[in-house]
Ligand binder design. Structure first.
Ligand code: ATR
Length: 279
């Protein structure tokens, strides 16, 4: 019997995940199916349970995307440390009555940086823009790479400060976000080797009021949004930074989920190239 997987979201029509997982399954010879399921905004739990109970092969897991990641976190009966740190779950595994919640987004970003972009976060001065769910999800995996510093800056300064403080006090973790989060104005005169845009500003085409100084020479500017050129990418390019979009993170978080479920790590370079060709 074919093991079944799905991605839940709203909207979900344009999700690339079914295509990505189909390519991974073909490459690794794993017998799985993977479908996209549109859940009503107030009906995620019901849709997930219906999927788990449906006939046609055992349901083994699911990916979860906007706007259900926090609900998936609450629904999970057990959670990994990286899911706890993220406060959100994008990968569920169904195991003998348990629903295990994981979060592969941060690992996906780190893998994309290191393996696809040749940008090892170790020793780098990192600026993380944004203090919402997307930013929160990548802080622990970035800290574990031992950057020289990690600064969180956000339009609403208090939100950045709160987030930074939370990670400064992470139980059992010697690493911390330093200094406390700041607003964009506080970035004046500061320079970073890696600037990651985890705000949703790119989706609305909004320009971030960033001083050009944040982009150090040979800086990598990473935009989590993919499929469009955002004002942040334009700003970074004009400042001489090397610019990357979030398509690699999408493929790598999927590969990490595939590994969690199947114990096999797919090779991602060809899959990423196929998606770029189709973009
Ligand atoms: P996500 O899950 O994508 O992180 P979110 O939790 O709603 O979504 O967070 C959105 C983030 O993008 C926030 O950091 C938000 O800044 P505020 O805390 O000040 O609201 C940021 N953001 C969205 N639009 C922005 C804009 N036009 N300029 C600057 N920051 C913006």
């Amino acid at each position: 019997m074919t093991d079944r997987y799905a991605v839940f979201g709203n909207p979900i029509g344009h999700s690339k995940s079914p295509r990505i997982h189909a390519l991974f399954a073909k490459q690794t010879g794993q017998d799985i199916s993977y479908e996209a399921i549109l859940a009503p905004t107030d009906g995620f739990a019901a849709a997930l349970h219906a999927f788990a109970a449906a006939k046609g092969g055992p349901a083994k897991g699911a990916n979860v995307t906007v706007p259900f990641k926090e609900e998936a976190f609450r629904l999970a009966t057990r959670r990994t440390a990286r899911a706890e740190a993220a406060g959100a779950v994008n990968t569920l595994s169904f195991e003998a009555g348990a629903i295990i919640g994981d979060n592969t987004d941060g690992a996906g970003l780190v893998r994309d940086l290191k393996n696809n972009l040749g940008c090892d976060p170790a020793g780098r001065r990192i600026l993380l823009l944004g203090a919402g769910g997307a930013a929160r999800g990548v802080i622990l995996p970035l800290l574990l790479e031992n950057p020289a510093e990690l600064v969180v800056a956000n339009r609403t300064e208090e939100t950045a400060a709160r987030l930074a403080l939370e990670f400064a006090r992470l139980p059992g973790c010697a690493l911390s976000v330093k200094p406390d989060g700041i607003g964009f104005a506080g970035l004046t005169g500061r320079a970073f080797d890696l600037v990651i845009n985890a705000t949703s500003a790119g989706l609305s085409g909004a320009v971030l009021p960033l001083p050009t100084s944040v982009f150090a020479p040979r800086c990598v500017a990473y935009e989590m949004v993919y499929g469009r050129a955002t004002p942040f990418m334009d700003q970074a390019q004009a400042a001489g930074a090397r610019v990357a979009d979030g398509l690699g993170m999408l493929v790598e978080q999927a590969a990490e989920a595939f590994f969690v479920w199947r114990g096999v790590r797919p090779r991602t370079a060809r899959v990423l190239a196929v998606l770029r060709e189709q973009a």
